[in-house]
Design a protein around this ligand. Structure first.
Ligand SMILES: Cc1cc2nc3c(=O)[nH]c(=O)nc-3n(C[C@H](O)[C@H](O)[C@H](O)COP(=O)(O)OP(=O)(O)OC[C@H]3O[C@@H](n4cnc5c(N)ncnc54)[C@H](O)[C@@H]3O)c2cc1C
Ligand code: SF4
Length: 518
């Protein structure tokens, strides 16, 4: 391994300012300053830098280099996710919410699944939010094409498929459910099943091994890591600077000659705008998610989900009709252990047979809407309660996955629903899931796909940014993460977030070039 060079190994001198090592106040100036280095921020920064502008990126978290990645999901989550993975959506139930807090944002720990925004979603945004002229497939497709070229999007290869994924495809096929291999950002995936604790070989084309180092090394951008942006300075209706604090406690002021891009993610962006003095009646409203949950099963034969792309197979068969998407997901032992039922010798026996466990999941395109605000200590707070409709969709998804597992010969299936037996031993028992509780507290959801709370629209009374991503009433301030999405999607969001962000950055760059030439 030691003689292999990774894309994040060597950065030009001065390109990375580590906020943990900063010993005095920093004052710098760029054409554009980008807040956040995740899917949205890195994509925008790369487009702006490639267009010839000077770009400063500010990232609250540290940079975990490929060389330093270990196989320990606990360390990855505690060091490189927000609140050490303990953030929650609060409502009638508590739903854990996972977000990266590091260079690359959530792309460091995600499964690299790439989905173009479904056309029906774009049509809905046009019809209900008046965005059709600005946000449409004609505008977005060239950006999807560019992303797929740059980030090597391809279906999971045979030698990285693994049994957990292959079995899902076979069982979907048996039931006449359309399903396929995931298309992923993948340059040589070895199927180590470790995406959630970061890719040890840089095969996963996350932002910390692609657009961030490319913007720095090829196009002269700079990144300030471990530096939290406290506010955007808005002077006379114009964004002019970003004010941050380094992890070592020193102020970092980055002046933005041409403007500021905010890409701090759905949960952080609304509060950052608030702290910056943006007053919009729509700010913080219309938060949405795709709550997800997993179903486990124990098989007589070996499954070895530690081999294969972490998430390698999926079905959108029921996306429109039932509002759920089915996926495979392999968990490392430390996470899988938390979902295995039983206690004492029974639990020990199941743990000893971990190699026989399969795990599949559902993402619900929930109708529920929540709000993003600040708690008393200034921390981000999301209020969100799933509705009965959403739970009905969840029950159907879990029941279907359970039936597919029994089709595949599972000895037992673990639905993970409080009020339903934790171990189902025959397909007849799945009817208990069909009739399961409608209380969201009974379900072990987790939220990783987040949308809304700084919604895009044409009316400043009901939206925060206009159809060009500009905050209503503020010049040179653009929001480019999924907080601007008027609704959720029903498919994994990273690809759509990046295409939208690229579109915004390309438009701004084009206009700025025109001004420069004039
Ligand atoms: C475990 C997991 C698996 C997932 N799998 C997939 C998948 O396979 N496919 C898919 O499409 N989607 C997936 N997602 C979702 C996807 O990763 C996110 O939707 C996407 O990364 C969001 O992009 P973003 O730029 O808005 O936010 P992020 O990628 O989270 O980046 C935001 C960045 O902004 C930084 N930031 C926030 N506030 C500040 C501040 N004040 N100052 C400076 N920096 C700040 C954060 O630290 C963070 O690094 C997954 C998510 C998770 C957590
Ligand atoms: S499954 Fe593939 S992409 Fe994910 S960590 Fe392993 S090698 Fe990297």
């Amino acid at each position: 391994m030691s003689d292999v060079r990774f894309p994040d190994d060597d950065m030009p001198a001065g390109a990375v300012v580590d906020g943990e090592a900063v010993t005095r106040a920093v004052d710098d100036a760029f054409d554009f300053v980008v807040v956040g280095s995740g899917a949205a921020g890195a994509s925008a920064a790369y487009v702006l830098a490639e267009a010839g502008f000077s770009v400063g990126i500010v990232e609250e978290g540290p940079w975990l280099k490929t060389r330093d990645i270990t196989e320990d999901v606990h360390t990855a989550f505690s060091k490189y996710t927000r609140e050490s993975g303990m953030q929650v959506l609060r409502g009638r139930s508590f739903v854990p919410m996972i977000q990266g807090r590091c260079v690359g944002g959530s792309t460091l720990i995600n499964s690299a699944i790439a989905w173009r925004i479904p056309e029906d979603v774009v049509d809905d945004w046009g019809a209900r939010f008046g965005l059709g002229d600005s946000i449409n497939m004609r505008e977005l497709d060239p950006h999807f094409d560019a992303l797929e070229r740059d980030l090597s999007v391809r279906p999971v290869a045979d030698d990285a498929l693994g049994e957990n994924n292959a079995m899902f495809l076979a069982m979907a096929n048996k039931r006449g459910i359309s399903a396929s291999r995931m298309r992923r950002y993948d340059r040589g995936c070895k199927g180590s099943g470790m995406c959630l604790s970061a890719c040890p070989t840089a095969a996963k084309q996350g932002m910390s091994v692609t657009y961030v180092p490319w913007a720095l090394a090829r196009h002269g951008a700079r990144i300030f890591t471990s530096a939290r942006v406290e506010r955007v300075e808005i002077r006379g209706h114009r964004a002019v600077a970003v004010v941050a604090k380094s992890a070592s406690g020193h102020p970092i002021v980055l002046r933005a000659r041409r403007g500021v891009f905010v890409a701090a993610s759905t949960v952080q962006t609304p509060n950052l705008l608030r702290r910056s003095g943006v007053r919009s009646p729509a700010l913080g409203k219309h938060f949405q998610a795709h709550p997800g949950l997993a179903v486990g099963g124990m098989f007589k034969r070996s499954i070895e989900m530690s081999f294969g792309a972490t998430q390698g197979a999926e079905s959108i068969h029921y996306r429109k009709s039932e509002r759920f998407k089915l996926e495979t997901i392999s968990f490392p032992p430390d996470i899988a252990a938390a979902r295995i039922p039983g206690a004492g010798p029974e639990l020990v026996e199941r743990l000893a047979r971990l190699g026989h466990v399969a795990s599949w999941a559902a993402q619900i395109r929930a109708r529920a809407e929540g709000t993003v605000g600040e708690g008393w200590s200034g921390a981000d707070r999301v209020k969100y309660t799933l509705g009965e409709d959403d739970i009905r969709a969840t029950r159907k998804a879990v029941a279907l996955l359970a039936r597919m597992m029994f089709d595949a010969g599972a000895q037992e299936v673990w639905p993970g629903i409080f009020g339903v037996p934790s171990v189902l031993r025959s397909v007849d028992q799945v009817k208990l899931v069909d009739e399961g509780p409608l209380d969201p507290r009974a379900y072990a959801f987790i939220a990783t796909h987040l949308f809304g709370a700084a919604r895009m629209g044409v009316d400043p009374r009901t939206s925060v940014v206009d159809a060009d991503f500009r905050v209503h009433g503020v010049d040179d301030l653009w929001v480019v993460d999924s907080s601007v999405f008027p609704t959720n999607l029903g498919v994994n969001p990273q690809h759509s977030i990046m295409a939208m962000s690229r579109l915004a950055a390309a438009r701004v760059a084009e206009r700025a070039k025109g001004l420069r030439a004039a």
